[in-house]
Design a protein around this ligand. Structure first.
Ligand SMILES: [Fe+2]
Ligand SMILES: [Fe+2]
Length: 278
């Protein structure tokens, strides 16, 4: 696969509105899948500021002016992402789920500790582990039109976010290559990052499913019904998402060789309302 022309990274400043009675079942009839999306949203206001801190720490070591521009655009996009997710998350919290606060506090201290105690190389490899994962997720999501099933306010938020994840898909990789390097280090820290963040996402989903087990069972049925519901998406993920993730583990992997999906380009154009300060 050939390398793409340099990707434009556009900083957009959308203003999403969420209803006070936002239904945490974002995908009709699919509470488990919906709650993993909520888990992802709850992760971001802790993870994305950590990515920004890591990039800021790398900045003095970056000598390439183009990469410095990309780094600034990456940070500006991530800054917008977590701010919009904070607003979404506040509306989710209005629906109860008291255990989420405890999980979030633990995650906040994890990311603080990583910044304070780990090397810049580690934090950049973690950032690339997350970015490689979200790029694969975004390609999978657009390829199968998965967001079309989501309720409109959440769909708009996730569509915008995933489009921008694709736009800046090369930045964490390039910064890691420029400042740190090392294939095995990228691989092992990347795997740790993906385990760490997915563990949080799955814990959130579990906490939401078990917040009121009796009501959940009455509404959604027992384990048999659960597996019938989640089997199609799990099967699709194994067939289509897993190969995309596995490709990012190869020694010759580069996000520069991954083109922006057509659907994502179209959505990017639709969302582009550059701010005067962008
Ligand atoms: Fe993001
Ligand atoms: Fe990102």
């Amino acid at each position: 696969m050939g390398e793409e022309a340099r990707q434009e990274i556009t900083v957009r400043r959308p203003d999403f509105a969420f209803p006070d009675d936002l239904d945490p079942v974002l995908i009709e009839g699919c509470p488990e899948e919906s709650y993993t999306n909520v888990g992802l949203s709850l992760l971001l206001p802790y993870l994305e500021p950590y990515l920004i801190r890591s990039m800021q720490a790398a900045k003095p070591l970056v000598s390439d002016p183009e990469l410095l521009r990309d780094l600034a655009a990456f940070n500006a996009q991530e800054g917008q992402h977590y701010r919009q997710h904070i607003r979404f998350n506040q509306h989710i919290r209005l629906q109860g789920f008291s255990r989420l606060a405890e999980l979030e506090a633990e995650l906040a201290s994890d990311y603080r500790r990583l910044t304070d105690t780990r090397s810049l190389r580690f934090n950049l490899a973690y950032a690339e582990g997350f970015e490689a994962f979200t790029m694969a997720m975004a390609r999978f999501t657009f390829e199968h039109h998965l967001l079309d099933r989501m309720s409109p306010p959440a769909r708009d938020l996730f569509r915008w976010h995933l489009v921008e994840e694709l736009e800046h898909r090369c930045v964490a990789f390039d910064v890691y290559q420029h400042v740190a390097r090392g294939y095995f280090y990228r691989l092992f820290v990347g795997l740790y990052a993906q385990w760490h963040l997915n563990r949080f996402v799955l814990r959130v989903a579990r906490a939401m499913e078990t917040a009121d087990p009796v009501a959940f069972r009455e509404k959604w049925g027992g384990v048999g019904r659960k597996w019938a519901r989640v089997r199609p998406i799990v099967w699709l993920a194994l067939r289509s998402l897993l190969p995309k993730i596995l490709k990012t583990y190869l020694p010759w992997y580069t996000p520069h060789a991954i083109p922006m999906p057509e659907a994502a380009r179209a959505i990017a154009a639709e969302y582009t309302r550059p701010s005067p300060t962008a």
